[in-house]
Design a binder for this molecule. Structure first.
Ligand SMILES: Nc1ncnc2c1ncn2[C@@H]1O[C@H](COP(=O)(O)OP(=O)(O)OP(=O)(O)O)[C@@H](O)[C@H]1O
Ligand SMILES: [Mg+2]
Length: 252
């Protein structure tokens, strides 16, 4: 299998705070990879390093075959990032936001690109309203639409559904599934275990500076055999698995 991302021994400190202590993982092309971790464990730090916004202190990371430290320009050309906080311009309309990005990316026909993306994200009706009048879900959808301008092979979504209501969350999930269905590789971070359960082919848990578990949902579930109770088989939820793994590590 071809790898979209390869990370080995990644280290990062902010002054005395040692956040990443040797992070290792790989992401296969065309898959959805979910990075899980509690607040402040370093998920955004990993995203920033992989998207060339921040330099690591040690270890290596390659994105689409390009080393992030040696070939940042090539990495940037093959990815897009939707950051943890929506990066849309409030004063512009939805359409103007997309056209702006399409111009920055030197697309031949920015208006056509905007029409297509607005339609795909059900924003056609709201397209000519200022973003300041959009709901949280609409903003997120616009933000993701903007990150798709120019059809990147790999997209990073840092907590794409934080702050959304369940309906908005389901809409974003639908979009992510469609993208993956079309062959785009997706790297997402989340604190919602259900989100990883719904979307990801591969789930990695970041805890105390390292990836402590990495596998498919089925593999993670096998770590914890179902509890048998009077003819009823109960499968553990990812939340139970997550808390048990973290709890276990803390006991050591
Ligand atoms: N520029 C910075 N300077 C100093 N400390 C930082 C900086 N950026 C992040 N940190 C610290 O590094 C740790 C990891 O931060 P990071 O944003 O990567 O975590 P996260 O897993 O994305 O958290 P969240 O779930 O809250 O988004 C935190 O303790 C944070 O306070
Ligand atoms: Mg974060």
């Amino acid at each position: 299998m071809e790898k979209a991302i390869q990370v080995k021994g990644l280290q990062k400190s902010y002054k005395k705070l040692h956040v990443l202590k040797g992070v290792d993982f790989e992401v296969e092309k065309g898959s959805i990879f979910a990075l899980l971790g509690s607040n402040g464990t370093g998920k955004t730090t990993i995203v920033k390093i992989l998207t060339t916004l921040l330099k690591q202190d040690g270890g290596t990371a390659a994105v689409n075959g390009f080393d992030v430290a040696a070939k940042p320009g090539n990495v940037r050309q093959s990815i897009s990032l939707t950051g943890q906080f929506a990066a849309v311009d409030e004063i512009l309309t939805g359409r103007e936001n997309i056209i702006m990005i399409a111009r920055l990316r030197h697309l031949a026909n920015p208006h056509q690109a905007a029409d297509d993306l607005l339609k795909r994200f059900s924003l056609t009706e709201a397209a000519d309203r200022r973003v300041s009048t959009y709901s949280g879900g609409m903003r997120r959808r616009l933000d993701i639409a903007m990150s798709l301008v120019g059809k990147p092979q790999l997209i990073f979504l840092d907590e794409p559904t934080t702050g959304l209501d369940p309906e908005g969350r389901i809409e974003v999930w639908k979009v992510v599934k469609e993208l993956a269905g079309g062959g785009t590789t997706i790297f997402l971070t989340t604190q919602y275990l259900e989100e990883a359960e719904q979307l990801a082919n591969q789930i990695a848990i970041l805890h105390e500076g390292k990836i402590i578990t990495n596998g498919t949902l089925d593999e993670l579930k096998k770590l914890f055999p179902p509890v048998k109770a009077e003819y009823v088989e109960k499968q553990p939820t990812l939340e139970e698995i997550f808390l048990t793994i973290i709890g276990k590590k803390e006991e050591k």
